[in-house]
Design a protein around this ligand. Sequence first.
Ligand SMILES: *[C@@H]1O[C@H](CO)[C@@H](O)[C@H](O)[C@H]1NC(C)=O
Ligand SMILES: *[C@@H]1O[C@H](CO)[C@@H](O)[C@H](O)[C@H]1NC(C)=O
Ligand SMILES: *[C@@H]1O[C@H](CO)[C@@H](O)[C@H](O)[C@H]1NC(C)=O
Ligand SMILES: *[C@@H]1O[C@H](CO)[C@@H](O)[C@H](O)[C@H]1NC(C)=O
Ligand SMILES: *[C@@H]1O[C@H](CO)[C@@H](O)[C@H](O)[C@H]1NC(C)=O
Length: 360
Amino acid sequence: MDIFLIALITTTTLTSANADPLAPALYVLGDSLLDSGNNNFFPTVARANFAPYGMNFDGSRATGRFTNGRTVADFIAEFIGLPYAPPYMSIKRLVESEQVMTGLNFASGSCGILPQTGSDLGKCLNFPEQVDLFERTVKEDLPRYYKTSQELSNYLAKSLFLISIGSNDYINNYLISHYDTGKRYSPQSFATLLVNNLSQQLQRLYELGARKMTVFEIGPIGCIPSITRQIKHNGPCVEDINQMTILFNNELAPMLLNLTSTLQHSSFILGRVNWLGYDAAITPSKYGLSDSSNPCCVTWMNGTSGCVPGLGALACKQPDKQYFFDAYHLTETLYKHIATLCFNTSSVCIPQNISDLLLS
Ligand SMILES: *[C@@H]1O[C@H](CO)[C@@H](O)[C@H](O)[C@H]1NC(C)=O
Ligand SMILES: *[C@@H]1O[C@H](CO)[C@@H](O)[C@H](O)[C@H]1NC(C)=O
Ligand SMILES: *[C@@H]1O[C@H](CO)[C@@H](O)[C@H](O)[C@H]1NC(C)=O
Ligand SMILES: *[C@@H]1O[C@H](CO)[C@@H](O)[C@H](O)[C@H]1NC(C)=O
Ligand SMILES: *[C@@H]1O[C@H](CO)[C@@H](O)[C@H](O)[C@H]1NC(C)=O
């Protein structure tokens, strides 16, 4: 049996994939917040294909997701009625059948918008490379499933694109002393550089046929354990670093508005996760959490890394009460809040929630 078909069947049985989904496909691009296993295929230390990652996924199964359970993309797939988007790298060859594609995940842990980001940790797919792979999918693979280019355009226009990228351009680049970006750019000019580069890639996605895109802000990375445990600060978070993410997000919002107004029939939705992530870090009890400063799993270097393989049994017993799963990534609980609020309310995704976006 073809590898793609196997992936499709296993993911379908996992979710309540629906006969009548709200969108024909879900395409996912970004970093470890959304990676569903692409990094398993690369030589890199940025991997999550071992316990306790996945301890609450499909019973208990490490897939390469950097969390204990489902990601935001998985929840959104469930809400739409689609199978979880399989990692692009897990698909060797697309089957020749009438099977309609229900989406792919190109996201890759440790990577960012800039090509040099994350290079210390090993191989990953940076954002322009992910768009290259999507381009290959559109030009070489998808045409097999559609009789006319009009049908293919319709399919792409109705599909949902989820994008979360940029945190690592700070964590694995700007904030690391041996990269020169921290010396060459002010926080403001670096934010502008990133957002301009991102804008270029989003326009490529549009030119390839994407119309409904949700782009998430960078979260408050000044609150993650790997930062708070290494940099002196007052209060729960390192506010100088949160301020850098706000500079980025303040450029992201008008950039998306501009694209929506200049690119015909496009909707670039902003996923406002920064305030939500900060609110949950400051007042965890509001979100049913009892701990918003410590990783759930055992990490190297006093709580500042990913999880240590082989020590899965020592992970916290109630990950649903924790904010952080390792020193960088959130638990499924937070991802579920983000996905639910973005899908169904006006508090996270603007100017439309995903439910309204897919009906429009
Ligand atoms: C993208 O980033 C590079 C630096 O890596 C910069 O030289 C280039 O001008 C940027 N492109 C845009 C459109 O901002
Ligand atoms: C708005 O988007 C257009 C088309 O992509 C671009 O040419 C223009 O420079 C952008 N304007 C601003 C203010 O960002
Ligand atoms: C380890 O981290 C804890 C919690 O942040 C801190 O109180 C402690 O001083 C750290 N120990 C070392 C050796 O850095
Ligand atoms: C968002 O989604 C819900 C349910 O799908 C809908 O009732 C609501 O009106 C939507 N729009 C806003 C702006 O909240
Ligand atoms: C969204 O809201 C609708 C209507 O209020 C509800 O039926 C649905 O279960 C909600 N979906 C999610 C994911 O919360």
